[in-house]
Design a protein around this ligand. Structure first.
Ligand code: HEM
Length: 218
């Protein structure tokens, strides 16, 4: 059954030869197998875990100011393995940020930002900012005292940005203080807008890496 399905698909779309050419037969230079070259891949793997566990959390999470906290309590204490999925989502968020930082240090140390990889570096900077935006927006979704007052404090700092600070703060909060509108905005940013842009930016990042190849050793 499996074999005939693969044959059927392959005769139409040549999947096997494409996978062979682009993945299985693709050679990697020996220097790029050193362990400090693995952090970009590990950051990506963490992102995949985040998307998967995040999708499961969405089965039960309710982005309503009256229900958000209880829905998280429900996930952690009542849903079978909910604590595990939530724990994975929490730890992989920390891993992803750590791996992105280690990856940046590796790329900086090996001077891989130089000609012709300037745009790979810039797309990486965008990916890093978006990763931090994922953490920033996800933090409020717990809707507990720490998240609420933490966001209140952080948003108050924004007032001190000259000229535009207060406007940015109002747009981010959806009003003058942290409220249900803020939760709705952060939820939309966290589960849709920011990850969608991050996926596009990472697509560009990987495409450029594929086009230019990995940088030579120092
Ligand atoms: C979510 C964030 C990111 C992911 C998933 C990611 C993923 C990757 C992967 C898988 C590679 C292949 C080589 C390796 O792993 O070291 C790579 C290469 C590269 N990345 Fe990233 N990256 C991210 C963020 C960044 C950041 C923040 C920067 C710099 C500010 C950056 C700059 C580069 C450059 C310049 C290369 C080419 C390295 C070379 O040719 O030696 N990336 N990235």
């Amino acid at each position: 059954m499996y074999k005939s399905t693969v044959e059927w698909l392959d005769s139409r779309y040549q999947i096997r030869s494409r996978v062979k050419k682009n993945f299985l037969d693709k050679t990697v230079p020996k220097h790029a197998t050193a362990f400090w070259y693995c952090f970009g891949g590990l950051a990506f793997l963490s992102f995949v875990v985040q998307i998967t566990t995040g999708a499961f959390l969405l089965f039960y999470y309710v982005p309503d100011p009256d229900k958000a906290y209880q829905s998280i309590y429900y996930i952690s204490h009542i849903v079978p393995y909910g604590w595990f999925i939530r724990g994975l989502h929490f730890f992989c968020a920390n891993f992803m940020i750590s791996f992105v930082l280690l990856h940046t240090l590796r790329v900086f140390y090996t001077g891989s930002y130089r000609n012709p990889r300037e745009l790979t570096w810039l797309s990486g900077v965008l990916a890093m900012l978006l990763t931090l935006a994922m953490a920033f927006t996800g933090y409020l979704l717990k809707w507990d005292q720490i998240a609420f007052w933490g966001m209140t404090a952080v948003s108050n700092f924004m007032k001190y940005i000259p000229l535009v600070g207060n406007d940015i703060r109002m747009i981010i909060l959806g009003g003058d203080a942290v409220s249900g509108s803020t939760l709705s905005r952060f939820f939309a940013l966290h589960i849709a807008l920011v990850p969608a842009i991050l996926i596009i930016i990472l697509g560009a990042h990987f495409w450029m890496i594929r086009k230019l190849g990995i940088s030579r050793p120092l």
